[in-house]
Design a protein around this ligand. Structure first.
Ligand code: PEP
Length: 260
């Protein structure tokens, strides 16, 4: 049993589940997975549409809820946006910020990511700061530079909020939503662990806080144990495999086993 460290099991449901399906998955998780070991934090990140109903369902449990994105202004004429304050008031405790699907599909910039991190902290949400290089950046040999630029923009001269953990998700874009056997799409635990060590060092230099770095990129029930056994990997952010109860419960069971 690991007495001092923490393990994060985070589930990004992306836009896979509507209101009813999100509620059903939350109910299954509540009934079957609510009693996790000390030190394991499970959080689910439903769509904005479903967040309030999922938060209400999980309210009496240890399972946390987070937003997939926030807007940086607390309220006003921003059609289609939802603020960090509004999510916090609905029961969210975390927010994914700068997920690669937002950076690359919605053209979210490092500057916007920074504004969202500040807004989340102001609202009392713990940001989960997502970083990672694309396939072409990796091929060009610029992974370290991209990661450092993202981290400096996100954390440089930032006053962190007392009591909130510093959580960073390293998600190589080329490994997200890929089959583990797809050529070129699998980031091994060894490769991820090496990057996590770099991320930890830069983040600690920038903030003075030791971060927990989660790995994300096609984690599956058959690969979770390997990641969690690797130094510098403090947990996982799982997309597709977290949207079905069967695979999420297998991932959870493997993580609990690895954590003993
Ligand atoms: C993610 O969305 O953060 C993610 C890692 O997705 P997937 O597990 O589907 O690659």
């Amino acid at each position: 049993m690991n007495e001092t460290k923490k393990l994060y099991l985070f589930a990004n449901w992306k836009m896979y589940l509507g209101l009813e399906a999100s509620y059903v998955l939350a109910k299954n998780i509540k009934e079957e997975l609510a009693n996790l070991n000390n030190g394991i934090t499970m959080a689910v990140f439903p769509s904005t549409l479903a967040l309030a109903s999922v938060a209400a369902e999980l309210k009496s449990t240890t399972i946390k809820v987070g937003a997939q994105n926030v807007y940086w202004v607390p309220e006003g004429g921003y059609t289609g946006e939802v603020s960090a304050e509004m999510f916090a008031a609905t029961g969210a405790e975390y927010a994914l910020i700068g997920h690669s699907e937002r950076r690359h599909q919605c053209h979210e910039t490092n500057h916007e990511v920074r504004q969202k991190i500040e807004a989340a902290l102001t609202a009392g949400l713990t940001p989960v700061i997502c970083i990672g290089e694309t396939a072409s950046e990796r091929e060009a040999g610029s992974t370290a530079e991209v990661i450092e630029t993202q981290l400096r923009s996100a954390l440089g001269a930032l006053a962190w909020r007392d009591g909130l953990p510093l959580l960073i998700a390293y998600e190589p874009v080329w490994a997200i939503s890929r089959g583990v056997n797809k050529p070129g799409g699998h980031c091994s635990a060894v490769e991820a662990g090496k990057m996590h060590a770099v991320v930890e060092k830069i983040a600690r230099e920038l903030t003075g806080i030791a971060p927990a770095v989660l790995y994300g990129g096609s984690v599956r029930p058959e690969t979770i144990a390997e990641y969690l056994a690797t130094p510098h990997i403090a947990g996982v952010l799982v997309g597709a495999a977290a949207t079905k109860f069967s695979s999420w419960s297998e991932i959870t069971a493997a993580a609990v086993e690895a954590w003993r």
